[in-house]
Design a protein around this ligand. Structure first.
Ligand SMILES: [Zn+2]
Length: 87
């Protein structure tokens, strides 16, 4: 399987590290402990089907990416830079 990094082009999957659902890339508001921070740090969904995930291109450009893929079939729909938003 290959991922098409927006900066490096198509690269082997082993160059990337998955970091969970992209929704967790957004930090909750506020600096004090809250239920939102508990969910952000400790709770993860495990969806079957189309979802957005945060991936790190550690053996390439070191960019954080948002990968939209189907977790059941592994089909990749899109790869974009997390810095461009949309997470
Ligand atoms: Zn890259």
């Amino acid at each position: 399987m290959r991922l098409d990094c927006p900066l490096c082009g198509p690269r082997d999957l082993r160059e990337f590290t998955p970091r969970g659902a992209a929704v967790h890339a957004r930090r909750p508001e506020g600096e004090t402990w809250s239920e939102a921070w508990h969910h952000h740090l400790h709770l993860r969904d495990n969806p079957a089907g189309r979802s957005e995930e945060l991936w790190y291109h550690g053996s390439g450009c070191t960019a954080w990416l948002i990968v939209e893929r189907d977790t059941a079939t592994h089909e990749v729909f899109s790869v974009r830079l997390a810095a461009e938003g949309g997470a």
